[in-house]
Each structure stands twice: as structure tokens, then as C-alpha cells.
Design a protein around this ligand. Structure first.
Ligand SMILES: NC(=O)c1ccc[n+]([C@@H]2O[C@H](COP(=O)([O-])OP(=O)(O)OC[C@H]3O[C@@H](n4cnc5c(N)ncnc54)[C@H](OP(=O)(O)O)[C@@H]3O)[C@@H](O)[C@H]2O)c1
Length: 268
């Protein structure tokens, strides 16, 4: 698994990680065993960057359980999603309990009460219980505010949506992140699954064979990671075999022609 330097933090992160929204929001023995198998596949492939949030129901807890006994093998990125300091404090206490008293990357989810939450996270960073602080928003309508937070100099990374059908970050957010040397995590690489509903045929993907592309999922991930301003993409899946498939993306990276082809196939 290729590693990239995560902006000014200097931390090395794998280019493929794993989202947990919906896929790890599960209860019960069988479902949790399946969650464990997906996490096993991610760890086996070196895709050990895990993204969660208290917004994702059971996902934070289930992720913590699957990492029990091997927490040191994972890079955990979770979020605080609370409108008050008190509520944020409770969420953070839960996460520290799930993840062995340390969260490698703490994010302010959807910029909710970001001034208050940022103060708490800065304190935890000073105590060594949080590694990197990041802000995230899924909606372009919030990108002006996200830019303002980025310019405060108080966050070291962002998480944003980016795929061939959601390219708004190309206008201001990615150039600003590069100027400020911030880590960039890409959510929704498959457009929440929308891009996978009508995948191109094997024949359509043939020109991408020299780039070690065997599946449409790999083409989409390579499209994202061929932009060097993006450091890690976090596809989510409920199937261990797909985690393995997603994690094999590596150099050589696409040039303009291949990126244009993938964008064309995505918008059919
Ligand atoms: N959506 C948001 O607004 C949002 C916001 C903040 C953060 N995030 C973070 O970003 C992560 C990723 O985004 P996302 O979960 O919205 O969606 P996504 O990763 O773009 O797409 C997930 C969908 O793709 C399918 N999939 C995964 N690998 C596949 C493969 N190899 N072949 C075919 N289908 C495949 C999954 O279906 P199967 O389960 O059937 O494989 C699932 O339906 C989230 O889990 C979360 O951690 C998302």
C-alpha cells in the first residue's frame, strides 16, 4: 500500500482507507462478525485508515470492538458532531474509550459549533490524546465557511466529497488545501454508491488496463488519487472482498486522458 505524507502534519497515511457510515452501523453477532471481516480485509491490505463518527449510529462502537487487541495497527479518524460543548465532551469521552484513549485524527463534523469543539480538540491535542485536527463538510453550500476554518491555521486536514460527478472542491477547496499544505481525505468516492449502479463494461475499461485497472471501483479510486492534492480515499463497503478489491489501487497514476475517460464513463 502506497503511503502519502498527510500535509503539514508530516504523518504517513495509506492512500486507501475505509469509511464506516452505514456499513458498520450494525448490531448482533452475525453482523458484527461481518464488520470484523471487512476490518480484517482492510488491515491485511494495509488500508488501515478508518473513518467514523457519532453520527453513524453503532459504527464508532463496532469499529472499536473490531480493533480490540490490535488498536496499534489502525489509524483512527473519528468526529465530534455536537451543537454544545457538553455534548461534544460526552462524544469525545466515548470515542477515547472505544479507541484506547487516543484518536489519531479528530474531525469537526459538518462544522457544527466548530469554534467550541475546536477549543476542546486543541486541548486534547496538547495532552497527546488527539493527533491531528480536521474539519469536514459534505455540502458545497458550506465550502465558504470551510475555507474560513482552513485559513484560521488551527486545523491540519480536511475531509470533502470528490468523485467525477462531485467536483466542486476543484474550484477553491483543493487549491487552498494545497497552498496551506493540509491533509485531504476524500469521502464518497463512489457517490454513496450511485456511481456503482450502472458500471461501465469490461470493454469500456480496456484502455485503463495498462494502469492495472480491473474494475470500475478501482478506476474511480485511481481517478481521485491521481490528483496529488488528495492523500487518502475512504470507500465504504459491507463486503470484505470489495474492501480487498478497493485496496489494490496503486501507481501508475492516470494522466489527463485517462481522467477524462473515467469522467466520461461516469456521466453516461
Ligand atoms: N456520505 C456522506 O455524506 C459522508 C459524509 C461524511 C463522511 N463520509 C465518510 O465517507 C465514507 C464513504 O462515503 P459513503 O459511505 O457515503 O459512500 P461511497 O464510499 O462513495 O460508496 C459506498 C457504496 O459503494 C459500494 N461499493 C463499495 N465498494 C464497491 C466495489 N468495489 N464494487 C461495487 N460497489 C462498491 C457499497 O456497496 P456494498 O456495501 O454493497 O459494497 C456502498 O453502497 C463514509 O462511510 C463515511 O465514513 C461520508
Amino acid at each position: 500500500m502506497e503511503l502519502r505524507t498527510f500535509g503539514q502534519s508530516g504523518v504517513q497515511v495509506p492512500i486507501i482507507g475505509m469509511g464506516t457510515w452505514q456499513t458498520l452501523d450494525v448490531r448482533g453477532e452475525a453482523a458484527e462478525a461481518n464488520a470484523r471481516s471487512i476490518v480484517d480485509a482492510a488491515l491485511d491490505a494495509g488500508a488501515n485508515f478508518f473513518d467514523s463518527s457519532p453520527m453513524y449510529g453503532q459504527a464508532e462502537r463496532v469499529l472499536g470492538k473490531t480493533l480490540d487487541g490490535r488498536r496499534d495497527k489502525a489509524f483512527v479518524a473519528t468526529k465530534v458532531w455536537a451543537s454544545t460543548t457538553d455534548e461534544g465532551r460526552k462524544q469525545i469521552a466515548n470515542a477515547l474509550r472505544y479507541y484506547g484513549n487516543r484518536v489519531d485524527l479528530y474531525q469537526i463534523h459538518n462544522l457544527l459549533a466548530w469554534r467550541d469543539q475546536l477549543m476542546q480538540l486543541e486541548q486534547l491535542k496538547a495532552d497527546g490524546r488527539v493527533g491531528i485536527i480536521r474539519a469536514t463538510h459534505y455540502s458545497p453550500s458550506a465550502f465558504d465557511e470551510l475555507s474560513r476554518v482552513m485559513k484560521t491555521g488551527r486545523i491540519q486536514a480536511i475531509q470533502v466529497p470528490y468523485n467525477p460527478l462531485e467536483r466542486e472542491v476543484e474550484q477553491h477547496i483543493l487549491p487552498l488545501a494545497a497552498d496551506l499544505n493540509l491533509g485531504v481525505v476524500v469521502m464518497r468516492p463512489f457517490g454513496e454508491g450511485r456511481l456503482m449502479r450502472n458500471p461501465p463494461s469490461a470493454a469500456d475499461l480496456l484502455p485503463l488496463k495498462p494502469f492495472s485497472i480491473n474494475t470500475w471501483a478501482q478506476a474511480l479510486l485511481k481517478w481521485i488519487l491521481s490528483d496529488p492534492r488528495c492523500h487518502v480515499a475512504i470507500p465504504a463497503t459491507s463486503k470484505a472482498s470489495r474492501m480487498t478489491e478497493n485496496a489494490v489501487v496503486q501507481a501508475p497514476w492516470f494522466g489527463d486522458d485517462q481522467r477524462k475517460l473515467v469522467a466520461k464513463l461516469a456521466s453516461r
